[in-house]
Design a binder for this molecule. Structure first.
Ligand SMILES: Nc1ncnc2c1ncn2[C@@H]1O[C@H](COP(=O)(O)OP(=O)(O)OP(=O)(O)O)[C@@H](O)[C@H]1O
Length: 308
C-alpha cells in the first residue's frame, strides 16, 4: 500500500482513506493493465508534435544516478533522466516499478516518508534540490504536484486556489488575488463552470472538476514544473479526456512529468517517455519511438503486453 501523500507542504493535508486509495488503485489497474499491444497505440500525432532531439537544450530538471531506499529495500536504482520545458514526459512501467517513487523525488516529496532515503543528484535549473539549504516549501511551489485521487481542501473553490498565492505572498491586494484565482481557474479549464459558485465547497464538484481544481491550485503559485501521478485514474473517460486536453494546453507553459499506467494515455499526451522496470529506468526517448521502435527488449515486451 502506498503511503498517503500531502498535496503541498504549505497546506492542510487532506488524506485519502486506505479504502479509497485501494479502490482508486484497483480502478487504475483495471484501466491500465493489461497493456494493449503495440499496434493499438496511436502515436501518429506525436511524430510531428515532438520537437527534435534534446541535445544542446538546457533541461529544466535533471536527475543523475538517483536511487531510493525504503528502509533496506532499494526501490529505485541509479535513474538518470532529463526533463525539458515545453514537453510532457511520461513515466510508464508495470505496477511497483518505481514510477511514483521517482516522481516524488523531483519535488522532494519522499522527504515526507520516514523510511525513504534518496541518493544521487537532482537539479532544477542547475540548482541542487537535494541540498540541505534548499527551501522545500519554495521547491514544491516551483515543482507542483497533482495526485491520483483529486484532493481539494474542504474549503471554498476560491480558497482552494487562493491559499497558496496568499501564503507565498504572491498578491499585494484582494484584487490581485482575485486575478490569480481567475487566471488559474481559466488555465485549468474550470473557470466557466465555477465562476458563479466560487464560494461553494471544492469538495462539492465532480471528480473531474475536483482534479482540474487541484491543477488550478498547483498553477496558482506559478510553478515551473508540474508533476502528475496518475491524474486520471480515478476519473471517467469524459473527465479523463478533459484532463488530457488540459495537459496539451499547459505544455507550452510548464515542464510536465506524468506517471500513467495507461499506455494509450502516455502516447496521447507525452512527447518523451521513460519506461521503468523493477526500479530501473530501462529506456527513455521520444514517445513515438518508444512505442513504435524501442531499443530495449524489455520495453518491447511491455508495450506488446507480454507483462503488465
Ligand atoms: N511508502 C513506502 N514505503 C515502503 N515501500 C514503498 C513505499 N512506496 C512505495 N514503496 C515500494 O517501492 C516500490 C516502487 O513503488 P512505486 O509506488 O514507486 O511504484 P509504481 O511504479 O509507481 O507503482 P504503481 O504503478 O503500482 O503505482 C514498490 O516495491 C513499493 O512497494
Amino acid at each position: 500500500m502506498k503511503e498517503k501523500m500531502p498535496i503541498t507542504p504549505v497546506t492542510p493535508v487532506p488524506t485519502e482513506s486506505a479504502a479509497t486509495a485501494a479502490a482508486a488503485k484497483e480502478q487504475t489497474l483495471s484501466e491500465g493493465t493489461p497493456p494493449e499491444p503495440a499496434p493499438r497505440i496511436d502515436v501518429s500525432s506525436q511524430a510531428s508534435a515532438a520537437p527534435e532531439l534534446d541535445t544542446g537544450r538546457q533541461p529544466k530538471m535533471s536527475a543523475d544516478d538517483v536511487s531510493v531506499f525504503y528502509g533496506d529495500k532499494r526501490a529505485l536504482k541509479d535513474v538518470s533522466i532529463r526533463i525539458y520545458e515545453d514537453l510532457v514526459t511520461a513515466f510508464i512501467g508495470p505496477s511497483g516499478c518505481g514510477k511514483s517513487t521517482f516522481l516524488r523525488c523531483l519535488n522532494r516529496m519522499n522527504d515526507t516518508i520516514p523510511s525513504a532515503r534518496v541518493t544521487g543528484r537532482i537539479e532544477l535549473d542547475g540548482e541542487d534540490i537535494m541540498s540541505a539549504s534548499m527551501d522545500v516549501v519554495q521547491l514544491r511551489a516551483r515543482v507542483g504536484m497533482v495526485f491520483q485521487k483529486p484532493n481539494p481542501f474542504p474549503k471554498s473553490i476560491y480558497e482552494n486556489v487562493a491559499y497558496g498565492p496568499r501564503i507565498h505572498g504572491l498578491s499585494k491586494s484582494k484584487t490581485e488575488l482575485d486575478e490569480i484565482v481567475e487566471k488559474s481557474l481559466k488555465r485549468a479549464g474550470l473557470w466557466d463552470e465555477v465562476k458563479d459558485r466560487l464560494a461553494e465547497s471544492g469538495t462539492a464538484l465532480s471528480g473531474g472538476q475536483q482534479q482540474r481544481l487541484c491543477i488550478a491550485r498547483a498553477i496558482a503559485v506559478d510553478p515551473e514544473v508540474i508533476l502528475m501521478d496518475e491524474p486520471c485514474s480515478a476519473l471517467d473517460p469524459i473527465a479523463t479526456a478533459k484532463i488530457e486536453e488540459l495537459i496539451h494546453e499547459l505544455r507550452g507553459r510548464y515542464a510536465i512529468a506524468i506517471v500513467t499506467h495507461n499506455m494509450q494515455q502516455a502516447a496521447r499526451v507525452s512527447q518523451r517517455t521513460a519506461f521503468f522496470h523493477l526500479g530501473e529506468m530501462v529506456e527513455y526517448g521520444k514517445t513515438s519511438e518508444i512505442f513504435t521502435n524501442p531499443r530495449e527488449q524489455r520495453t518491447q515486451d511491455y508495450i506488446t503486453g507480454r507483462y503488465g
